[in-house]
Unconditional design. Sequence first.
Length: 349
Amino acid sequence: MTLFIDVNTLTNLISKVGLPNFMQQLLDYMQSDFKKWEQFDKSARTAAHSSEGVIELMPIADQQQYSFKYVNGHPNNPKNGYSTVMAFGAFADVASGYPLLLSELTLATAIRTAVTSVMAAKALAKPKVDVMAMIGSGAQSEFQAIAFHCLMGVNTLRIFDIDSKAMDKLELHLKQYPKLTVIRCKNAEHCCQDADIITTVTADKNFATILTADMVSPGVHINGVGGDCPGKTEISAELLTLGKIFVEHEPQTRVEGDIQQLPPEHPVNAIWQVIAGKIKGRDNLQQITIFDSVGFALEDFSTLRYLYDLATQFEIGERVELVPSLSNPKDLFGLINASGAINNASVCA
Ligand code: NAD
């Protein structure tokens, strides 16, 4: 039977281990998978674009397991009562093709994106970080804030959003973290002051410029999360040329990331190589490092692998007959025969 994790089951699982532990354990799974990068069969995601947004399919496999995620990105959705990003995914056994897990991935994507950001920041930011600026206070923002506070030691968070109600919501939720000081800023420039890390996590299906060169100081690490689709950017082209750029899967990021603004020959570095200890991250304390995150299938693979192990350990989640269990695998027809579904076969004569 296939394990099924819906939204309630996932929140139940997170409450069993606590969000910081959940994030830390997912980080461990992700780092271990990124170190094995070369063993994965990788491809850029396929995208169906419309004037309102995008729907994407993200597959990946190694020799043991296969996963895919279905995810959308529709920046105007909140006005109509839907989230900008919604997702679900599956995890399967490569040897048999049997689907082991079908899971909600909207909440899980927000967590995995924040954990991916921390994984990159641990590899690229200066050794000691205290202040993070975060532009964008939408659905992803709490997860970014909590991951950087609990896993990376960020104790001061400067926030800005063009929607003051989104900032109210973020501030309210973060009150539960008494050691995190939240500073509400009047604009993006003000937000970036004194930041060791700048996270951009806005949504606008537009060539937006949220962050420019005059807003950053030497040594800063930029965690660019929201520029993740053709025609959807956050970081100015000039600022991109001033930093050392790191990406997930280069063929995908060239099309979707902020680097879509740069010529295709502009050098970028693979984040997995830093995590695997094959190349250096930052070269010196003055360098600007940029993680041009778009979200890659391996991060969802790690998430599904972790969820499967965790739900199995806690015996949480429903077992559903997503594919038939047959005593004779060649007798698929027997399923409907037994149910009486063909009791009026005589009409075909
Ligand atoms: P959301 O719609 O819930 O929130 C986005 C916020 O950005 C809104 O509150 C909006 O007011 C704010 N905003 C828009 N333009 C702004 C500007 N110029 N200055 C300041 N704030 C501005 O979206 P979300 O779910 O939080 O997602 C945020 C972004 O992250 C989206 O673009 C999404 O596609 C992207 N994302 C990336 C990854 C990844 O792996 N890189 C994963 C998930 C989501």
